[in-house]
Design a binder for this molecule. Structure first.
Ligand code: NAP
Ligand code: MN
Length: 266
């Protein structure tokens, strides 16, 4: 545990959370942790909020693979990324001080838009029409032209993202021990002119998915990486693949992905 003692707290600066964060800081310091003001100095990053806050904590700190991320929930339901509740801070500290701490690893995806840089996602990347008109894409798997999609949009989810937006469009829930990408449609047109697979499909981590946005005037889609909009407007080509990097969280006896699925949905 000696190499994991610098803790950064990520939360929305509202009085209620600031008070909780102060209590947590005091308890952590009593237990030998050092609270840091700059996330670059941390090797443990604790998000206080919900799954949305956890996603932001990972994004705003740069998808660190040399850090342990810990989700501390403020709502009754722990969600998928939070393993502890704000009223059980001492359980969290005990887990963090455990010499035999184990780690869970969550695959992430990387997205390249028109060669303008690489962006990471922990839940999903989504691309959808920015206007009321349908939006068309040529979909490639590696160098195979697979289909021409026309509709609202498409999303590519990680395994841990499979329980979020992906689930709302009837994608499958995928075990994060399988490093893969799931591709799902959002309201595809299927008629004699446009034909798509119309079901979600799962790609191996060795494949690349490529979208060529059909330049028909509606080529200013809305793109999102988890809960953040991508501020690139005119788009021609999007490439998505598994990043090979992971996000690490604490592995406990009762917090496997399937425990969480049962707890959240059943
Ligand atoms: P939001 O709109 O407030 O969140 C939507 C809900 O998704 C919240 O209840 C959030 O939990 C939950 N959530 C986030 N990640 C999850 C996961 N991996 N598995 C299960 N539930 C999850 O926005 P947000 O809280 O910032 O979350 C962003 C995510 O919302 C996006 O990554 C996307 O997956 C999802 N989303 C869903 C739809 C849809 O289902 N139609 C549309 C847009 C976005 P918390 O309340 O704990 O934050
Ligand atoms: Mn939220």
């Amino acid at each position: 545990m000696a190499d994991r003692q610098h803790v950064y707290l990520f939360y929305r600066q509202v009085p209620e959370l600031t008070k909780k964060a102060t209590e947590l800081s005091e308890l952590a310091e009593k237990n030998g942790f050092n609270i840091v003001e700059n996330h670059q100095e941390a090797n443990i990053i604790i998000s206080i909020g919900g799954d949305g806050t956890f996603l932001q904590s990972v994004r705003k700190t740069g998808f660190r693979n040399d850090c342990l991320y810990v989700g501390l929930a403020t709502k009754e339901n722990l969600g998928m990324y939070c393993d502890f509740h704000i009223d059980e801070i001492s359980e969290m500290i005990a887990a963090m001080t455990d010499k035999h701490i184990k780690v869970r690893k969550y695959p992430t995806i990387k997205v390249n838009v028109d060669g303008e840089g690489t962006f990471y996602c922990l839940n999903e990347f989504s691309i959808r029409s920015g206007i009321i008109k349908t939006f068309a894409l040529d979909v490639y798997i590696d160098d195979l032209h697979f289909e021409t999609f026309c509709g609202d949009g498409m999303l590519i989810a990680t395994p841990t993202g499979s329980t979020a937006y992906n689930k709302s469009v009837k994608g499958a829930v995928v075990d994060p021990l399988l490093p893969c990408l799931q591709v799902s449609e959002i309201a595809s047109l299927n008629n004699n002119q446009f034909r798509t697979l119309d079901s979600s499909f799962i790609l191996s981590g060795d494949r690349k998915l490529i979208f060529h946005v059909i330049q028909d005037g509606n080529d200013y889609p809305t793109m999102a990486m988890d809960n953040e909009a991508l501020s690139i407007q005119h788009v021609k080509k999007v490439e998505v693949q598994l990043s090979g990097e992971v996000i690490k969280t604490i592995k406990l006896k009762n917090n496997s992905f399937w425990h969480k699925v049962k707890r959240s949905f059943l």
